[in-house]
Design a protein around this ligand. Sequence first.
Ligand code: IPD
Ligand code: CA
Ligand code: CA
Ligand code: CA
Length: 280
Amino acid sequence: AEEGVDTIERALTIATEAAEAAGEPLRELHGQVESIDVKSDKSDIVTEADHQADRVITTVIRNEFPDHAIFSEESVRQTNADGDYTWVVDPLDGTGNFAHGNPNYSISIGLLEDGVPVMGVVYIPETDELFSAIAGGDVRKDSEPIVTTDRDSLDESMLISGYDPDGTFLTHFYQESRGVRRLGSAALNLCYLASGSADAVWERDTYPWDIAAGLVIARAAGAEFTDETGEPFEFSLDTDEQRTLLGSNGSLHPEILDHLESGLAVPNRSKSVDFAQDGP
Ligand code: IPD
Ligand code: CA
Ligand code: CA
Ligand code: CA
C-alpha cells in the first residue's frame, strides 16, 4: 500500500507537469485554429491542437511510467487489464470552445488504480488555474483547498448542464433554480462543482476521459454522484456504455432526484423520464 501511495503522489506531480506543458501549445494556437476535422458529426471535432497536446501529455507519462497503460481520447486506447495503473487523458476538453476562440477549455488527466479513479488534474490554460486531487486526500485549486457548497434549496442554486441533447434538464431546472449554465467543458464543470461555483451538474452520455479526473476532484471536495435514477455512478472505461451523470454538493441531491423521478415538466414529453426514447 505504501508503494501505491508513493505512485499516486508521484503521478500527481507528473500529471501537473504534463498538463502545464501541454497548456503552452494550446495557449499559442488558441484563437487561430485553421483547420477543423469533423469526426462523427458536425459537433464532434478535433484540431491539430488536440493532437499536439495529446503528444506532449502521453510522452511525459510514458517517460515517467513506462509500465502504465494510457487511455486517451485522441490516441491510445489501451486498457491493460493486467496492469494496476491506467491513465485516462482528455488532451483538450472543450474543443468546440477552443476552435471558436472561447477560453473555456481544459486539459484533463486522471489515473485509475485497478479501474478506480484515484488521482485527477484539470488545468485551464487560459487562466493558468490547476485543480488537483488524490482520492481520500487533499483537493486544491492551485495551492488553496476547495470544497463544495452546502446549499440545500434548488431555488437558490446554480446548476450546470453538460451534454443534454434534448435539453430536458436545462428546460426543466431553469424554472426551478437560480439558473442553468451550459459552458462546454465537461471536466471543468466538475471542477466548478468542486470549488462551489455550481451546486450541481448534469451530463448525458459521458465518456471516461471527460470525467476521470473531475470525479476525483469533485468527490474529494465533497460532491456526490449518481445516475439519473439515484444509483451510485459507476466509472467505466467501456465507451460503448455511455452513462448519465448527476453530481451535486450532496445536500441538493434528494431534491433533484425527486424532480427526475416525478417526471420533468417539459412540454410534449411524457411524465416519465425515459431517456431511451424520443418524444412522448
Ligand atoms: C466534449 C465537451 C463538451 C461535452 C461533450 C464532450 P471534447 O469534449 O466536454 O462540453 O458536452 O460531451 O464530448 O470533445 O471537447 O473533448
Ligand atoms: Ca472530442
Ligand atoms: Ca472531452
Ligand atoms: Ca477532447
